[in-house]
Design a protein around this ligand. Structure first.
Ligand SMILES: C[S@@+](CC[C@H](N)C(=O)[O-])C[C@H]1O[C@@H](n2cnc3c(N)ncnc32)[C@H](O)[C@@H]1O
Length: 221
């Protein structure tokens, strides 16, 4: 296997945060990170606990964090700056838009979605991340063999996620060798908080089968 080129840790790096208006059409990850390396995305990073830890320990992978809350993104950015992370970019945006419209086909090695907002009120359900309009783009964005990891403390949302992934995608339930034991699992801020409150965390992992590329519409890659 060819290793991705190392990032120069001493040279001044490109800005950590992608600013509004900076992007035009589909993302180019080699342009964004300055090298060709596997890319992983986390949707709804909160203050970045999981993503920063991954970026720090897996320097041969590039990480894009999507977060809607400006307040949370700022905290994650400050923490990433303190740690001098070069293989990380943060983008304040609606992750549903980014995944559907900006991420090229078959470009992502792993997608992480931990404790997505459950929007418990019935009239707000359409704001959920896992909806029939979005999930086909998760499959489209994943490289063949790529993984999707999901967790939630809300049983009803978990069942809905399993159902919508089964009915709207060809993703298959699969264990990811990188995250097999509990110690290597996500351990996000909210997962820990809910666990301390005695709530169960429901988890699922999926893999995009190797095979023909899937195009779902939107901008061409
Ligand atoms: C319950 S928190 C979970 C944070 C983190 N994943 C964790 O497990 O600690 C959900 C996060 O997703 C963010 N979020 C919700 N909807 C989003 C969207 N459409 N696009 C980007 N971020 C979103 C929220 O601002 C919040 O920070």
């Amino acid at each position: 296997m060819t290793m991705p080129p190392s990032l120069d840790e001493t040279a001044p790096g490109p800005p950590l945060e992608i600013l509004p208006g900076q992007l035009c059409g589909r993302l180019s990850f080699p342009d964004l990170f300055g090298r060709a390396a596997p890319v992983e995305i986390e949707v709804g990073i909160g203050k970045g606990r999981f993503l920063l830890q991954q970026a720090e320990t897996r320097r041969d992978v590039d990480f894009l964090g999507l977060e809607w809350s400006l307040k949370h993104l700022r905290v994650a950015k400050e923490r990433a700056e303190r740690r001098g992370l070069r293989n990380l970019r943060l983008y304040r945006a609606d992750a549903r838009h980014v995944i559907a419209d900006l991420v090229p086909d078959a470009s992502i090695a792993r997608l992480h979605v931990y404790c997505p907002d459950p929007w418990p009120k019935k009239r707000h359900r359409k704001r959920r991340f896992f909806v029939p309009e979005t999930v086909p783009h998760l499959e489209r964005a994943l490289a063949p063999g790529g993984y999707l990891h999901v967790s939630t403390d809300v049983r009803e949302y978990f069942e809905e996620i399993l159902e919508v992934l089964a009915s709207r995608t060809g993703l298959l339930a699969a264990a990811d060798p990188l995250f097999t034991d509990e110690a290597a699992r996500s351990g996000t801020h909210y997962e820990e908080k809910y666990r301390e409150e005695g709530r169960a965390i429901h988890r699922a992992s999926y893999q995009r089968p190797a095979g023909a590329a899937r195009h779902v519409g939107g901008l061409p890659s």
